[in-house]
Design a protein around this ligand. Structure first.
Ligand code: SAH
Length: 359
């Protein structure tokens, strides 16, 4: 495989400074370049008009402006949610979603891997298997893709959720490096409190994140109240069972003083009974303080396994049982399902990617 020029998002400040010095350029150019990368609508080196022409050409021959190239974009009929298919330098493809909320906030949903190795029974990404891990720059460039467009109308990406394709904690170092870039004052400058990383329950990495000194939000995909049910729909449960995941979540709360969100996909006849709700509440209460958690109940989106959504009354009853026990719970329907941009619906046809791959 031919090695591409590094993408600017994967070039460290030290490397860029050294490159500028070697090209006889003043050090302040680095800040100009970074500002364009994170704050303006510049879509390529030629658009950095405050840099001399010769420098732009030299930069273009050394670095790619972005590591992701848009292939197809889709907009939901809800008028807000949008999804874009992005191509990586080696032809693999990922998806990222923009979820604006009535002009008040702009949330971006990021992918951390092309495909995913976790094989959860209800998730479309899991059907792909793992293609490869993304580089930190390939994660950050998904934010840049939307940021460029938002900048054109004076808006910014305000929130970031690591809930796209892949398991962030299976690509831990790149995920953390990207999060540091997103919160860096000389990077995107997004408040860490507006970043959320979601994991299917990779326990050692929950503890690792607690020790990073990055006060970001943690979401844990629980999806069942007992190990037999969870094991049947989430293979990861054979490695770390529910009580281990809950204990790690309690440690995260204790160390970071941040609430943890539990995601719970409601699957009719599988994990939606009143008994399951009581069992979940009991286990959460045994592991920590009920008030430290929020449970997001997600009616399953169309995907593999033929799972069905429970009736609305069943979902509300489930939420009530948790609330009665002091655990905040909300039923949340994901947006953008008409363009398969809802939770667990991101999937790429790798065969199509292979045909269109650039050499
Ligand atoms: N791998 C991480 C990040 C993905 S986040 C994790 O598992 O947390 C995507 C969320 O959508 C996860 O909670 C996932 O379990 C959930 N999900 C997967 N398939 C879904 C479906 N068909 N309907 C609703 N949610 C789904």
């Amino acid at each position: 495989m031919n090695v591409p020029r590094p993408a600017i998002s994967d070039v460290s400040d030290a490397e860029l400074t050294a490159w500028l010095a070697a090209h006889g350029e003043p050090a302040y150019r680095r800040k100009q370049i970074r500002r364009h990368a994170t704050h303006t609508c510049a879509a390529g080196w030629s658009e950095l008009t405050d840099l001399p022409n010769g420098l732009r050409d030299a930069l273009a021959s050394s670095f790619r402006w972005s590591s992701v190239e848009p292939v197809i974009e889709q907009a939901s009929a809800d008028g807000e949610t949008r999804k874009v298919l992005l191509q990586l330098h080696d032809g693999h493809r990922i998806e990222t979603v923009l979820m604006p909320h009535h002009g008040a906030r702009n949330s971006v949903c990021l992918s951390t891997q092309a495909g995913c190795p976790m094989a959860c029974a209800f998730c479309a990404t899991g059907e792909m298997g793992l293609i490869r891990n993304l580089m930190p720059g390939e994660i950050v460039d998904q934010v840049r893709h939307w940021q460029r467009e938002l900048a054109a109308r004076g808006e910014r990406v305000s929130h970031v959720v690591y809930m796209g394709m892949g398991e962030p904690f299976n690509n831990y170092d790149a995920t953390i490096a990207s999060a540091r870039e997103l919160v860096a004052a000389n990077g995107f400058g997004i408040s860490p409190r507006r970043l959320t990383i979601s994991t299917c329950g990779v326990v050692p990495k929950i503890d690792a994140l607690a020790g990073e000194g990055l006060p970001i939000n943690l979401a844990v995909s629980l999806h069942a109240a007992d190990d037999r049910t969870r094991g049947a729909i989430m293979p990861i449960n054979r490695k770390w069972g529910i009580d281990e995941v809950l204990a790690a979540s309690a440690r995260y709360v204790a160390r970071t003083k941040r609430r943890v969100t539990f995601e719970y996909v409601l699957l009719a006849g599988v994990n939606d009974s009143a008994d399951a709700a009581r069992e979940l509440a009991n286990r959460i209460a045994r592991a920590g303080r009920p008030g430290d958690y929020h449970v997001n109940l997600i009616p399953v989106n169309a995907g593999p396994g033929g799972f069905k959504r429970p009736p609305i009354e069943t979902m509300e009853r489930f939420a009530e049982i948790l609330s009665e026990r002091g655990i905040a719970a909300t039923v949340r329907i994901s947006k953008g399902q008409d363009i398969a941009a809802g939770c667990g619906q991101l999937k790429v046809d790798e065969r199509a990617g292979a045909t269109l791959a650039k050499v």
